[in-house]
Design a protein around this ligand. Structure first.
Ligand code: PLP
Length: 383
């Protein structure tokens, strides 16, 4: 059966060479814009492309403001800080995620607190979240803060993630968090182009963060973007990502500890050219997902499709295997044949630096971690 999968993937990508999991495509005006940027000499944190990228990504997602960052991890770090996360706090997130989600929480001085995911969306489970908040937290009688009873730490934010681009039940998550007064920062690193109930991911929370890493749907080499509808949060995010410099024509004055996190103009040149093609990339990726869906319908492997009410970018296509042994046989057969496949990340709650963090049952996350694999997902030009 695995031979048929390998043949199917090879026929779609039309090559006998090695097939990577996800390659960037530079089919547009990338060289032209990068050359323009070099000719202008504005290759660093100031320039027309970085401002334009912010305007373009805000327009595309429908957000009022966007702040360009050097990568998604730094974007998440700053988003958490402007959302009010303080050193010593705890931030709710999912254990089934890339390490950057938990690392960004740590950079903000906080500790992750892991809640389970849903098996169908692969994202934070509203039921598990409700259960945790209802039964394992209390209000501090003096400050009114929400406290995790087990750790005695203040819970100051929640970071759901849209796994492989598939939107999680973000409307319910925001509603639950609103009830408890916790801001939601969406880790939308993987979901540029994905919508839930027609609203772009990253727009449900107070802030959302995208990644433009080389393996994402569009890339700026390295890069990220924070989006928000809140002017004050946007200004503060911009301030913190630009070394907290107080604007002045010649004086250097910084009013707090900021970061050198602004996306360089030369990366933004690439980002602008890539964003122009996002629509086409999404067509290619959804087309590939359709082909995978039809193929895997006739097999004993389950292709993960977009959840109800979601329009996914299908950033990384994924399958669920019957068990871990079969997953491992699949990984071996495909990688031996030069078709790159990969298991989902190991759970963050099992990494040595996060092993002692508070965690709920994580039954679904564990179940998925044993069974999910990613298959090649690069855009194939169908024109
Ligand atoms: C879920 C998730 N969060 C955060 C990041 C961090 O983004 P970056 O690599 O741009 O720092 C990534 C991707 O790399 C990711 O997949």
């Amino acid at each position: 059966m695995f031979d048929a999968v390998i043949d199917f993937i090879r026929s779609h990508f039309r090559t006998t060479d090695f097939i990577p999991l996800h390659e960037p495509r530079f089919w547009g005006r990338e060289l032209e814009y990068v050359k323009q940027c070099i000719d202008s000499t504005f290759v660093s944190s100031v320039g027309e492309f970085v401002n334009r990228f912010e305007e373009d990504i805000a327009a595309y997602t429908g957000a009022r403001y966007a702040v360009a960052t050097v990568n998604g991890t730094c974007g998440l770090h700053v988003a958490l800080q402007v959302a009010g996360v303080k050193p010593g706090d705890e931030v709710i997130t999912q254990s089934l995620s890339f390490v950057a989600t938990a690392n960004a929480i740590s950079y903000a001085g906080a500790t992750p607190c892991f809640v389970d995911v849903d098996r169908d969306t692969l994202g934070l489970s509203p039921d598990a979240l409700t259960q945790f908040l209802d039964s394992e937290t209390k209000r501090d009688s003096h400050t009114g803060s929400l406290i995790n009873i087990a750790t005695n730490r203040t819970i100051s934010a929640c970071v759901p993630m849209h796994t492989f681009g598939h939107p999680c039940r973000i409307d319910q998550i925001v509603e639950i968090c609103d009830r408890y007064g916790i801001p939601v920062v969406e880790d939308a690193a993987e979901s540029l182009g994905s919508r839930f109930h027609s609203v772009h991911t990253g727009r449900y929370g107070v802030l959302g963060v995208f990644s433009l890493n080389g393996n994402k749907t569009i890339t700026s080499g390295g890069g990220g973007a924070i989006i928000t509808d809140d002017e004050g949060l946007a200004q503060r995010a911009k301030h913190l990502t630009t070394t907290a410099k107080v604007p002045h024509r010649w004086e250097f004055n910084h009013d707090e500890i900021g970061y050198n996190y602004r996306m360089p103009n030369i990366n933004a040149a690439l980002a602008c050219a890539q964003l122009e093609q996002l629509h086409h990339f999404l067509e290619c990726k959804r087309n590939l997902a359709d082909a995978y869906r039809s193929f895997f319908d006739n097999t004993d492997m389950t292709f993960i499709t977009e959840p109800n009410h979601a329009h996914s970018n299908y950033w990384l296509n994924a399958l669920v295997m019957d068990d871990q042994a079969k997953r491992d046989r699949f990984l071996e057969a495909t990688n031996d044949a030069g078709v790159m496949t990969r298991p989902v990340w190991g759970l963050l709650s099992e990494l040595k630096m996060y092993r002692k963090c508070h965690a709920g049952s994580l039954e679904n996350a564990k179940w998925l971690a044993d069974r999910v694999v990613n298959v090649p997902s690069s855009s194939v030009d169908l024109r």
